[in-house]
Design a protein around this ligand. Sequence first.
Ligand SMILES: *[C@@H]1O[C@H](CO)[C@@H](O)[C@H](O)[C@H]1NC(C)=O
Ligand SMILES: *[C@@H]1O[C@H](CO)[C@@H](O)[C@H](O)[C@H]1NC(C)=O
Length: 460
Amino acid sequence: MELLPLLLACSLLLTVAAPARDITDACASQINDFQHLNSSGLHLTLHHPLSPCSPAPLQSDLPLSAVLTHDDARVAHLASRLAGEAVSSRPTSLHKKIKAAGIADSLAATVPLTPGVSIGVGNYVTRLSLGTPATSYAMVVDTGSSLTWLQCSPCVVSCHRQAGPIFNPRASSTYAAVPCSASQCGELQAATLNPSACSRSNVCVYQASYGDSSFSVGYLSKDTVSFGSGSFPNFYYGCGQDNEGLFGRSAGLIGLARNKLSLLNQLAPSLGNSFAYCLPTSSSSGYLTIGSYNPGQYSFTPMASSSMDGSLYFLSLAGMSVAGSPLAVSSSEYSSLPTIIDSGTVISRLPTSVYTALSKAVAAAMSGTPSAPAFSILDTCFQGQASQLRVPAVNMAFAGGASLKLATRNVLIDVNDSTTCLAFAPTDSTAIIGNTQQQTFSVVYDVAQSKIGFATGGCS
Ligand SMILES: *[C@@H]1O[C@H](CO)[C@@H](O)[C@H](O)[C@H]1NC(C)=O
Ligand SMILES: *[C@@H]1O[C@H](CO)[C@@H](O)[C@H](O)[C@H]1NC(C)=O
């Protein structure tokens, strides 16, 4: 990830007028984001959260240290969710707000909210259209959560600042609020890990909370969702009346986790039960496809099943090598923790013993390069920039023969203009294949056949 050059470029833009047009020109082809439906599924453009071409870019001066702090919060909440712990996330104030706003006066104030995954700042962005006539919204894509929601007027309590107008249900002829008796209302508990509630007018109220202090609360609704020429009636989603937190300037979130209410599951009858993406760097664009895909190019690994959380995507890491040599750990260490693959975690987390062996092997292979002090959660750092250094090949092998042959940009992350660090960190709870390692690979989640595939050259 070329975070720092991008941040510098963006801060320059604030002071120099002329280059702004250059960036705009560079993004012009992406501004009308590609949306195409054909027999091989639905094809959408995907943007890096810090890309200047994103329809909802994060604040461009966000330091990498802040990105990594949010990343740690996301990882901690994924881990606590898997451990079945309820970590409090301002539940009391959230309940008070909901009641004060009259959104749901039947809400049981004694039930604590279970936070979901911290949205953090690592999630990628695409566009979705909603309603009749259809209007388009910039949405964060999250494989770690299930319910899709977006900010809805009249924003009874609060809407964050978003790019473009806020969805107005009254302007859509196909909009309907979902009653409390609907089966979809009963499915909210599994989708959001929070109980649903019922409004005075008998409309089902959802509460999606994301671990840090981010949350969205509002009415469960249905309307026609569309992407280019493809439209799908009766899509269930949250119409957010109180939306607070780290959502950038996006309108809301698309949930791609494995749950009845996720976008994937709702579109699966029309498109097929799989999705694929290529996560771009901050200076390129990638894609998200939903539906059938060409299996030929991929190497596959089975999705592992877990009783801990059926909505996350588990797989089995089987081995790692540096410059062709396997790491000096016994093979059982790789499976010593459950492992998930996640689009929103920036830095991969490995079992501590595996991480230590990786760090040593990379440092040994780069012994000619002067080392540098640790940076935030990254402790294996070197003087220089990744693109200028000789970096050993790092390979991640998965059960069944799938592998990620990491390029330099997937191994090292430049933390400032004189330092680059190994983009992995140790963990004792849940191992995670994060997005720095996935960048520019094609990754397919074939839920129908319970397997995950990797292929190179994804974003090109
Ligand atoms: C469907 O569209 C995508 C994106 O334009 C394209 O890459 C793919 O080849 C198309 N598939 C078929 C079967 O036409
Ligand atoms: C870059 O980060 C390293 C590692 O934390 C630090 O030692 C160094 O002082 C930083 N350099 C600059 C120019 O900020």
